[in-house]
Design a protein around this ligand. Structure first.
Ligand code: BJW
Length: 259
């Protein structure tokens, strides 16, 4: 894509954003890549070294909870020193620039909340929470500072009630929280524009949200350096890293007149 075409696409997306009353943003691992969090399916992605069914699956936890915990503890340690990047921060600021902006994320890293996004739906949970397998309402927030603590050291941590603890994330074959999914569907149906940022668009039900938005009349804009299964169906495709393109879009919105 040449520079003029990129400019034209930026203006199209920016003008639509500036005029919209309701905006939704669906994010995936790519938005956190520039923070240093590995994606799942990229060249250096987590799935290059691990088979998902061996780790992000309830059967894997039933078979070998210590192995699954080792993997999540390793990821927590990797994430602990990292911070939200320019892409997360631009989205959080955009919340003030449009009447209603909802971020729907597949990410479990908590970076959108840390960046300041307040209307936020975490479809796949949060890696910094533990949940009891016996009593799912027994939920515990963990912090980077807890990484050296007793619970974190245990090969398989236990709840005070005696049940096994697990990371409060959604594994393959598990249902997402129905209320969160319903809220995400509502948000993309209400949105005049849906930004789809940094996702390979292969994991359902999240990957169905752009088609739902389209059917409801939303303009679908993809932001991704690579082609995905969504690219051909998107109304506007912006090729490049989210940490560069989202701040660029924010500038275009700032230039536009908002009635
Ligand atoms: C950049 C960038 C930069 C790089 N800037 N971009 C329909 C059809 C087929 C299958 C199914 C279906 N419905 C359900 C299924 C099964 C399954 C599924 O979708 N399988 C497919 C893989 C085929 N779905 C499920 O099992 C879901 N559950 C379910 O449907 O339950 C039904 C049910 C109902 C009732 C009772 C019981 C069950 C659950 C899915 C859970 C996904 N979980 C994971 C792990 C979370 C926990 C953890 O982190 O450990 O979620 S898997 C993993 O994939 C993670 C991610 O959130 C998710 C999506 O990945 P994402 O974000 O797209 O990352 P990548 O790496 O794939 O892509 C990164 C992108 O960024 C790339 O495009 C890069 O180019 C780009 N990028 N740098 C912008 N700087």
């Amino acid at each position: 894509m040449n520079e003029a075409e990129h400019r034209h696409r930026m203006e199209t997306a920016g003008k639509a954003l500036a005029a919209a009353r309701a905006v939704a943003v669906l994010t995936g691992a790519g938005i956190s890549a520039e923070s240093g969090v590995p994606t799942f399916r990229g060249p250096d992605g987590l799935w290059r070294n691990f088979r998902p069914e061996n780790l992000a699956h309830p059967d894997a936890f039933a078979r070998d909870p210590a192995l699954v915990w080792e993997w999540y503890r390793w990821r927590r340690r990797r994430m602990a020193p990292l911070s939200p990047n320019a892409g997360h921060l631009a989205l959080a600021r955009m919340e003030a620039a449009v009447p209603s902006l909802t971020v729907v994320t597949q990410n479990v890293d908590g970076f959108h909340a840390r960046a300041g996004s307040r209307r936020l739906l975490e479809l796949h949970g949060n890696i910094w929470r533990d949940r009891c397998c016996e009593n799912p309402d027994h939920v515990f927030q963990r912090e980077p500072a807890d990484l050296e603590g007793e619970v974190e050291q245990a090969s398989v941590p236990r709840c005070a009630c005696g049940g096994l603890l697990r990371p409060d994330v959604v594994w393959f074959g598990e249902a997402l929280d129905p209320a969160t999914v319903q809220a995400a569907v509502g948000a993309v149906q209400r949105a005049e524009i849906l930004l789809v940022v940094g996702t390979s668009s292969v994991v359902y039900p999240a990957a169905a949200l752009p088609a739902i938005a389209h059917a409801a009349g939303s303009l679908v804009v993809e932001i991704n350096p690579e082609e995905t299964p969504l690219s051909a169906a998107a109304d506007v495709v912006l090729r490049g890293p989210a940490g560069v393109l989202l701040p660029e879009l924010e500038k275009v919105i700032g230039r536009e007149f908002r009635p």
